[in-house]
Design a protein around this ligand. Structure first.
Ligand code: GAR
Length: 204
């Protein structure tokens, strides 16, 4: 059984999809702790509503990364909570090598684009502005780069002629909510190998 520590900054809909997958018996996992770097983030409220331990993590003075004292504190909380897999679910900060070293090949992220296209923020708007016909979502292991680690699951989403950033993001999120539980099921089953950039998944 996976012991998850979830880090988020926003609405927590991806955390919700993981909670639901566990509840439906589709994912063999337990959420040990939820941490958010925004004190009033909805992800914390959702966690509380499900009786999941959760805390605000003050990441000052940094605005876009998790480093220094906050990183140490985060690692301490995750370890004390018995976490073996760190799930970034809308966590809008770059995680640094110390956290990655504390959970080797066990930090995963969801990104709202078909990586390696459109890393960074507002990826769905980038895809729309570029004129892409297909957008999507990627779940990947986190490495030292930004949105660059080995890919576990990808799902494509068609871009429609009348899409706005909001409508496209909403359809991408529907796929996100299937992709994250699917990727975590692969990790829970353990029938994969990371070979260089590739995650090779054995057929079950
Ligand atoms: C999701 O769309 C996720 O892919 C994105 O933030 C949103 C969080 O939604 N993450 C990133 O852009 C990371 N670079 P949620 O809080 O409802 O799960």
């Amino acid at each position: 059984m996976l012991k998850l520590g979830i880090l988020g900054s926003g609405a927590g809909s991806n955390m919700q999809s993981i909670v639901d997958a566990i509840g439906n018996g589709e994912l063999d996992a337990e959420i040990k702790i939820v941490l958010a770097d925004v004190p009033d983030a909805k992800i914390l409220e959702r966690a509380k509503n499900h009786g999941i331990p959760c805390r605000y993590l003050d990441c000052a003075p940094w605005k876009t990364k998790l480093e220094g004292a906050a990183e140490e504190k985060c690692i301490g909380i995750l370890k004390e909570s018995g976490v073996d897999t760190v799930v970034l679910a809308g966590f809008m900060r770059i995680v640094k090598p110390k956290l990655l070293a504390a959970f080797p090949n066990r930090v995963v992220n969801i990104h709202p684009a078909l990586l390696p296209a459109f890393p960074g923020v507002h990826s769905w708007t980038q895809a729309l502005d570029y004129g892409c016909k297909v957008a999507g979502v990627t779940v990947h292991f986190v490495d030292a780069g930004t949105d660059s680690g080995p890919i576990i699951v990808q799902k494509a989403v068609e871009v429609l002629e009348d899409d706005t950033p909001e409508t496209l993001h909403a359809r991408i999120q529907i796929q996100e909510h299937a992709a994250y539980p699917e990727a975590l099921r692969i990790i829970a089953a353990g029938n994969y190998a990371i070979e260089g950039r590739r995650v090779k998944i054995a057929k079950s």
